[in-house]
Design a protein around this ligand. Structure first.
Ligand SMILES: [Fe+2]
Length: 461
């Protein structure tokens, strides 16, 4: 059986395959002009539009540029004005988080709003850097119970969005096509690409978003590991073009209805804005380039690890990395690291992370990887006392962390001469490892336990 997740939610879409490839996709045959990217008259009466995700002069193997061929230019919209968002998480504010101290934090179970959609169902957990300076990153918690309102779309102008559903699924319609993203999958939406999110079967979805202000998520270099392993290029799935309309008399006509208004919500400098346009944003009949939305099934991650003795660095589990160019070599703005089901085979080795302090900050949580609807991890109404259904932790600057007393007792008595498969009870842990300390929002700070592991142990002394 192929090592991939057997998802409970069907994916009705088809995809292009391969991350980093130069892709092209036509929803209407002949929509992409041959050779000339910007012909005087593009096919089917379309307009050429370009999304530049990187500098024009980026190295050839790193540039992110895509040409779109659409029936209306997205230039045609009203003025953007500030949008006040009130949700179950309270008003969203553009104020930068300020709570920063040397403690570890733990959130046994995040509060969840009764009713929210993609625009209203976010709470900023913390951030570092500054989106205006294109530095750093932000981590958001989301919990959504309903589709985005009709004819509403969203985009982040602050950065690329790594979307990590912890449970449930998201049906994401982007300007460049659809992605169905379910628990145990991740998606990346490039900066500025507009999208609309609905919920398959109307079921709630919650999880995390890592918004990258600087650079792009890329696969880590493998160095002496060679050419395969970890997240393989071929397993990334890229959206295919979708055109909301048809061809009439040789011209691509979007299915706009008279008087129909679309609301565009965009986040810039942490602040939501909105404007109106009178045509569908999903009118891209074809596109070609390297800047596109994609997704990845975490069940396809191929872990490499300890095979004789000792515990090696968790960088072995890096799925995506955003390098920090200009910093010390090897430094990342943020790494997305997985701790997946795997075999433990190291002899005379502590099969747990040893106690350590890290110059990087470690935000950690768990994704429900068990697709069985009867699994307790899939009971999204249940408030559990650990990661499932919806908790997380943060080890800040040089805060020592490691196993609990109980875990350590068990680990010290394990027969390490016999391999053991770790299935992790239907959840897969992940870490967002950030270079700079995360300053927490007031909301996140108030609902966090501070230094809980040490408190528990000190109380027994
Ligand atoms: Fe750690």
């Amino acid at each position: 059986m192929a090592p991939m997740t057997r998802f409970a939610v069907e994916d009705p879409y088809q995809y292009l395959e391969g991350l980093g490839n130069y892709h092209s996709s036509e929803a209407l045959q002949g929509a992409i002009p041959q050779v000339n990217n910007t012909p005087q008259k593009p096919p089917l009466g379309l307009y050429t539009e370009r999304i530049s995700g990187s500098a024009f002069t980026s190295p050839r193997d790193q540039y992110l540029q895509t040409f779109l061929y659409r029936s209306q230019s997205s230039m045609l919209h009203g003025d953007f004005v500030p949008l006040e968002i009130r949700s179950g998480y309270g008003p969203q504010t553009s104020a930068a988080p300020t709570q920063i101290n040397p403690n570890s934090y733990f959130w046994p179970s995040f509060p969840v709003p009764d009713q929210a959609h993609w625009i209203t169902g976010h709470a900023l957990l913390g951030s570092n850097g500054d989106p205006v300076k294109k530095e750093g990153t932000a981590i958001w918690v989301f919990s959504v119970t309903e589709d985005m309102p009709a004819r509403h779309i969203f985009s982040s102008l602050d950065g690329e969005m790594l979307i990590i559903p912890q449970s449930g699924a998201l049906d994401i319609q982007t300007e460049l096509g659809f992605l169905m993203v379910r628990q145990n999958e991740i998606a990346v939406i490039p900066r500025g690409v507009r999208f609309r999110i609905t919920l398959p079967g109307g079921k709630p979805c919650r999880g995390f978003v890592c918004e990258l202000f600087q650079g792009h998520f890329r696969l880590p270099d493998l160095g002496i590991l060679g050419t395969t392993g970890l997240a393989n290029l071929r397993d990334f799935q890229v959206s295919k073009a979708y055109f909301d309309g048809t061809i009439v008399d040789g011209v691509a006509k979007a299915s706009d209805r008279d008087g129909e208004k679309w609301t565009i919500v965009s986040r810039l400098a942490g602040k939501p804005w909105h404007c109106i346009q009178t045509h569908t944003p999903f009118d891209v009949a074809g596109w070609h380039g390297t800047c596109y939305p994609y997704k990845f099934d975490l069940g396809r991650f191929c872990p490499l690890g300890n095979t004789l003795f000792d515990e090696h660095d968790p960088s072995l589990y890096t799925v995506l990395s955003a390098r920090h160019h200009g910093a010390e070599p090897g430094t990342a703005v943020v790494d997305f690291v997985l701790v997946p089901p795997r075999w433990n085979v190291s002899e005379d080795t502590l099969w747990l992370p040893y106690y350590h302090r890290n110059t990087m900050q470690e935000f950690f949580s768990a994704i429900v990887s068990n697709q069985d609807p009867e699994s307790p991890s899939n009971d999204t109404d249940k408030v559990a006392n650990r990661f499932a259904p919806f908790g997380a932790g943060l080890h800040g600057a040089m805060s020592t962390h490691g196993a609990s007393d109980g875990e350590m007792r068990v680990a010290r008595e394990i027969d390490t001469s016999r391999p053991q498969k770790l299935q992790m009870d239907g959840v897969t842990a992940f870490v967002l490892e950030t270079e700079r300390p995360l300053a927490l929002s007031e909301w996140a700070f108030i609902c966090a336990q501070k230094n809980p592991q040490a408190k528990g142990r000190l109380a027994k002394m």
